[in-house]
Design a protein around this ligand. Sequence first.
Ligand code: HEC
Ligand code: HEC
Ligand code: HEC
Ligand code: HEC
Ligand code: HEC
Ligand code: HEC
Ligand code: HEC
Ligand code: HEC
Length: 460
Amino acid sequence: MHKKWILSLAALVTVILLSATAGAQNYPKVRELRMDRQTPPQGVACIECHRQETPGIFADWAMSRHASAGITCLDCHQAQPGDKDIAVEHEKYYSMGDMPMGEKQYFVPIAAPVTPKDCSRCHPDEAKQYSKSKHANTIEIMWKIDPWLNQGMNSDNERKTGCFYCHGTVLKMKDGKLDPATWPNVGVGRLNLDGSLGSCTSCHTRHRFSVMEARKPETCGQCHLGPDHPQIEIYNESKHGDIYHAFKQEYNFDSAPGAWTPGVDYRAPTCASCHMSGSGKQPTTHDVTERLSWETQAPLTVRPQDFKPFPSGTDWQVERDKMRDICKQCHGNAWVDDHYTQFDKAVEEYNEAYFKPAKAILDQLYEKGLLDKSKFFDENLEVQYYELWHHEGRRARMGAAMMAPDYAWWHGFYECKHRFNHFMEEARHLIETNTKAYRYPDFPNTGGDTTRPVEIFGKQ
Ligand code: HEC
Ligand code: HEC
Ligand code: HEC
Ligand code: HEC
Ligand code: HEC
Ligand code: HEC
Ligand code: HEC
Ligand code: HEC
């Protein structure tokens, strides 16, 4: 950070900026601020009062590139006429004599949620790309395919503390306030009251809104982990992850947006380098579905354009070439070609040797009435089948996609074999003895709401 900023907002703010930055190592002790335009008194009031009331929020904002560019609280939080999410109670602070600038004359209505639509005023390209992505549209995708939700196999609270934390809630108002059942939430597909999808803070936490943070793998790892999509574990195990951990002090994570250069700023890629950041001929994208040639999270691996619940509208070969361009900043053609050959082979073997035979026998059991179709997860074979594709089947495919041998084999195909054999043993036994499968009579904590959100699907 070698830039110098000149302050012209107010003497008071300078003092606070000094104290806000003291202690941060990567910044000069004195950081001045140039406001390119006049901040109206209402905007100064936000800053002054919040500096005292919520110093953490103030300090984050003061350290952001937004503050350097003169983007203030008002630019993001000021409510527009007709907004449904206005923080009605906030008005009361404007009659609090003990708070800085707590006077009626400075009042403007504000909203707490700041949505992709709000950011799109200044960042239209990022918002548009994001809106097409699976990140933004994940609530729709979940409700189209997920048995936990569609059959009410878990409780509403299990979803709120689990699923919707990562995927996003449908924001609602209750008694003039944001409904605590839906807020706070920064899931990737949050449906906002202005109709926009997502929350940019999933990767750029407020109020720093930093590209540096979004470029680091830990940011993605908040959601991309665990038994069913262990991308952060896979990454940490790969050579790329090893190098990241060994050399990250030398990486320049803070280079200007769009100018993060392989070889110069980093020597091995992070999640963002491969999936989002610009590199070589490839521009930055906020649509993480770009650069993908397979749907390796689906039960049967298909091309993204053939994924029925949410066809990508892309051509898999074009997308693969984009990803290859990224690899070729640091690798030769043969290295990259051979990697994809192995990956394709892993996908084919998973589909043919594991998934299709398991699916065929499951269908047979339903047909013969030996398994009950009315509920999923309440019979052992359904759980086994689910874990075969949803857990180890994904780990095998994704381990192969992202160079993690332990996930491809020990947590992947090895466990697929194990699961498959047990699954087949029980399935065959039921068929041979013509016995109905045991049903768990007291499946715990079911009953979550099974109505698809009308805000997305309309009235059913
Ligand atoms: C006179 C003091 C004061 C002023 C001026 C003020 N705020 Fe606040 N604001 C507060 C306090 C106090 C809270 C509540 C903090 C808490 O929950 O403890 C708050 C809460 C908020 C919230 C969260 C609201 C919610 O419902 O969760 C936002 C967003 C916010 N302020 C933004 C602004 C913006 C933008 C401005 C300028 C237009 C502004 N504030 C001006 C004192 C003030
Ligand atoms: C670049 C846009 C932007 C600017 C500038 C901005 N905010 Fe925010 N603010 C956000 C976003 C995004 C959130 C998270 C809300 C959400 O998830 O929709 C947020 C949340 C908040 C909250 C609630 C957070 C909490 O943890 O309770 C408060 C209070 C708040 N902002 C105050 C301020 C104040 C005061 C300023 C100016 C010093 C400011 N904001 C500047 C975008 C902004
Ligand atoms: C009023 C215009 C405006 C709004 C609204 C706005 N931004 Fe920005 N944003 C800017 C400007 C200008 C810059 C460039 C600052 C610079 O390069 O110094 C910027 C830079 C950024 C950066 C790059 C920061 C970095 O580390 O280089 C991110 C990320 C970002 N904005 C995200 C957001 C998000 C998310 C929102 C909505 C919550 C938002 N912005 C709302 C104007 C805006
Ligand atoms: C820790 C965060 C997290 C939690 C908790 C979580 N998910 Fe996910 N979910 C993800 C991620 C990340 C993916 C993307 C997987 C991939 O592409 O590898 C995903 C994928 C999915 C998919 C597949 C989407 C597709 O395009 O095929 C569905 C459906 C889904 N989740 C539903 C749920 C449900 C229902 C719950 C709760 C019962 C849940 N998730 C809990 C993060 C989470
Ligand atoms: C899944 C994580 C993620 C989400 C969610 C996300 N971003 Fe980003 N964003 C990134 C990454 C990674 C970069 C850095 C690209 C690079 O290396 O230059 C970035 C960069 C940016 C930049 C700098 C300019 C550029 O395009 O490189 C802006 C502005 C920005 N994001 C705005 C937004 C807005 C607005 C939203 C919400 C619509 C959003 N981001 C949501 C990951 C994310
Ligand atoms: C707040 C949680 C969250 C964060 C943070 C997050 N993701 Fe995701 N991501 C998800 C969920 C949920 C899905 C599944 C969406 C679906 O398919 O319905 C997903 C899907 C994906 C996909 C698969 C897209 C497809 O078309 O199949 C990729 C690639 C991806 N994320 C990359 C990233 C990267 C890179 C980052 C960090 C820069 C990141 N994500 C950060 C939750 C998150
Ligand atoms: C070396 C580049 C590289 C790195 C680093 C990387 N990925 Fe990947 N990722 C890939 C490739 C290649 C694929 C398979 C793409 C395809 O389908 O052609 C993939 C697949 C995925 C998928 C599955 C998408 C689907 O629908 O099948 C997700 C999700 C994902 N990556 C997320 C992440 C996350 C999160 C990180 C960091 C923890 C990460 N990736 C790190 C290259 C990378
Ligand atoms: C920023 C540079 C960079 C990018 C981009 C990059 N890699 Fe790498 N990759 C490396 C480095 C450095 C190594 C370590 C080579 C060694 O072992 O000396 C490596 C190692 C590998 C390995 C060997 C892993 C092992 O354990 O032996 C494979 C396979 C690989 N990369 C494939 C890819 C693919 C495929 C892509 C694109 C999806 C990609 N890389 C993108 C720098 C990069």
